[in-house]
Design a protein around this ligand. Structure first.
Ligand SMILES: Cc1cc2nc3c(=O)[nH]c(=O)nc-3n(C[C@H](O)[C@H](O)[C@H](O)COP(=O)(O)OP(=O)(O)OC[C@H]3O[C@@H](n4cnc5c(N)ncnc54)[C@H](O)[C@@H]3O)c2cc1C
Length: 411
């Protein structure tokens, strides 16, 4: 493997490039990125940058010159030929590779058939440019409506509330975040909005946005409407795979990979092609099937691992992390490790809901599968390790010291 191309100049792509050098790759590395910017961190876009406490310049990840990677920015890859081992770039140029890392991430979904989504004042949030456009509008003190009470929508609501704005959140499901954290804890997360004076409308879909040039109101399926000067649509993301149509790679809600992060074609690994980050749906050895994880830590760890596989093959091992994510809302750090599925048991094992900090454990057939915490960064990492080690559910009381754990600043 001499010439390696990484498609996607963001978190997973940059971590893959760093890992290639760390593992001794001394050939070329070219990082192709559609955005005009060097790789940057997205989590602050719904938090500090939107709040105005960080500037855009504060979130760049930094490309170490020692990487000797060529960065091709504002350059979109438009097609992949796995037989000829070539990428076609926008404009028609072709790029040869011996090894390829697919790290094109995800883009925000919109609501299908939503009328009025072209109106001024309607926003999606994925890029630094999206964030700055939205932030500029918040300076005028608008009434903000957030469509979708997922993690990013909830963080936008929290940040707008912190900026003193009038905020409404509309969620089509009866319980926010139910799929991620289960019904009881989804309701607990939803209460963060209402406890802070943010209106939360549940179990009602949005059918349209109305206004003449700018958005003026959000129309709900029950016929009522919510006045709004700014609307942020936060209804999840879709993996960036359209450009790979016709490449022969298996695509199904992401680039389908085996347990080593190798991209598959007709179910077989393609030599020298791996995928990492939000775009990858890989066969997780511990979860009995393919999963796609849309979180920061996974992009870091999978970028690192996929690059190692590119150089060392199966010797690099299967990619089997316990997923982890965090979210910051209304001064509360929410953290989740593992993977909960409908039907899992759940019990609060440390602290109590209603107290400032607590941990809830999830289990299935006597095994610990996941844990959720509020404001307890150090403890949650102990649960990540326990899940990795195959701990029982419910975890034995002995593992819970009653003395409060030292609170760190771990992400
Ligand atoms: C506002 C926001 C807040 C977040 N907060 C959190 C958080 O609190 N906690 C957490 O765990 N996670 C959070 N995340 C998720 C986290 O940022 C993502 O999981 C992470 O960015 C994924 O990295 P990635 O490199 O896989 O993809 P991305 O960061 O999406 O990068 C993919 C890159 O590929 C480029 N690209 C796409 N197609 C092409 C192409 N054809 N050719 C060339 N380039 C292409 C894109 O332009 C993009 O720059 C947040 C995300 C957002 C948007």
């Amino acid at each position: 493997v001499r010439d390696i191309v990484v498609v996607g100049a963001s978190l997973a792509g940059l971590r893959a490039a760093e890992s290639l050098r760390r593992h001794g790759h001394d050939g070329t590395i070219t990082i192709v990125g559609a955005e005009p910017h060097e790789p940057y961190d997205r989590p602050p876009l719904s938090k500090q940058v939107l709040a105005g406490t960080k500037e855009a310049g504060d979130v760049f990840l930094g490309v170490d010159p020692a990487l000797e990677a060529e960065l091709a920015l504002s350059t979109r890859a438009e097609a992949l030929d796995i037989n000829r081992r070539r990428l076609t770039l926008r404009g028609g140029d072709e790029l040869h590779f011996d090894g390829l890392v697919l790290a094109t991430g995800a883009r925000p979904r919109t609501l299908p058939g939503l009328s009025g989504s072209h109106l001024e004042g309607v926003h999606l949030l994925r890029t630094i440019d999206d964030c700055l456009r939205l932030r500029a509008e918040l300076d005028g003190g608008p009434r903000v409506t957030v469509v979708g009470a997922g993690f990013i929508g909830s963080e936008v609501a929290s940040t707008c509330h912190r900026r003193g704005l009038d905020v409404t959140v509309i969620e089509a499901l009866p319980v926010p975040l139910e799929r991620a954290v289960g019904p009881e804890m989804g309701a607990v997360c939803g209460r963060l909005h209402t406890d802070n004076g943010v209106r939360l409308l549940l179990g009602v879909g949005v059918v349209g946005l109305r206004g003449s040039r700018r958005v003026e109101e959000v129309v709900l399926e029950n016929g009522s409407s919510v006045p709004a000067d700014v609307v942020v649509i936060g209804v999840g993301v879709a993996p960036e795979t359209d450009w790979l149509a016709g490449s022969g790679l298996d695509l199904s809600d992401g680039v389908v990979c085996d347990a080593w992060c190798r991209a598959l074609s007709s179910g077989r690994p393609v030599e020298g092609v791996v995928a990492a980050g939000d775009v990858s749906r890989w066969d997780h050895p511990a979860f009995g099937g393919h999963i796609r994880v849309e979180h920061w830590t996974n992009a870091v760890e999978q970028g690192d691992h996929a690059a190692a596989v590119l150089l060392a093959g199966e010797e690099a091992g299967r990619f089997a992390p316990v997923p982890y994510f965090w979210s910051d809302q209304y001064g509360t750090k929410i953290q989740f490790v593992g993977r909960a599925v409908p039907g899992d048991e759940m019990t609060v094992v440390e602290g109590a809901v209603g107290e400032r900090r607590w941990v809830a454990a999830y289990g299935h057939e006597g095994r610990l599968t996941a844990a959720l915490s509020f404001n307890w960064p150090v403890r949650i990492m102990a649960y990540r390790r326990m899940i990795e080690e195959g701990a029982e559910y419910p975890p034995p009381p002995a593992v819970f010291p009653t003395a409060p754990a030292h609170e760190g600043t771990e992400r």
